[in-house]
Design a protein around this ligand. Structure first.
Ligand SMILES: Cc1cc2nc3c(=O)[nH]c(=O)nc-3n(C[C@H](O)[C@H](O)[C@H](O)COP(=O)(O)O)c2cc1C
Length: 179
């Protein structure tokens, strides 16, 4: 039974985001920012057979500074129709060159490429949102790979809610928790 839950969790995360409008495409990614939690919405861009998760960001963004100091993240996925919450904690690897970086940068099309080329670093104060300067030949694209080591599944339903914890130590081991 616990292995069925792990299978469902992985299935939802690995394939859900590929479906149009699926809420798991937009998880919330947390970092530790000067000792405080910080969260932001990101787009899940890919998964691997080993269940690593890929995200894109600007290498000058605040989260990168946070991950340089503490490479751990917690990802929150919520499916409102299924009343399903999944949290995934793990280690973030920053990939700024090499074949995976190149392959993912090639997937970024047209206008989306612009997002990684602002003259000023993301988060720089500006006086007018219509006057952002772009430097097209200077992308700051960073591929983030999250390697999960702890996951929680919570599904609210009657008669019994289902809550389960999975920890990775060579392999995934799961147990049910009191919801
Ligand atoms: C729908 C949506 C999707 C987003 N996707 C991403 C993303 O994939 N990567 C990213 O770095 N920021 C994304 N953002 C912006 C982040 O939420 C955040 O504002 C930005 O990354 C700066 O955060 P930071 O300063 O903590 O790094 C997205 C925002 C929204 C609203």
């Amino acid at each position: 039974m616990i292995s069925t839950i792990l299978g469902e969790l992985k299935e939802e995360v690995k394939f859900g985001y590929l479906k149009k409008g699926h809420p798991f495409r937009y998880p919330v990614m947390a970092s530790v920012n000067d000792g405080f939690p910080k969260q932001r919405t990101v787009v899940l861009r890919g998964t691997t057979a080993d269940f690593d998760l890929y995200f894109y960001t600007d290498m000058r963004s605040g989260k990168i500074a946070d991950f340089n100091k503490n490479p751990r993240t917690s990802l929150l996925f919520y499916h409102p129709k299924k009343l399903l919450q999944i949290t995934i904690s793990g280690v973030v690897t920053q990939i700024v060159d090499g074949s995976d970086h190149k392959e993912h940068w090639q997937r970024v099309q047209g206008n989306s490429r612009k997002d990684f080329t602002t003259a000023n670093a993301p988060g720089t104060r500006i006086s007018n949102p219509d006057e952002v300067e772009y430097r097209n030949n200077d992308p700051h694209f960073c591929l983030l790979k999250v390697t999960p080591d702890r996951m929680e599944y919570l599904r609210l339903k009657r008669p019994n809610h289902i809550r389960a914890l999975f920890e990775h130590n060579g392999e995934w081991k799961g147990s049910f928790l009191t919801p």
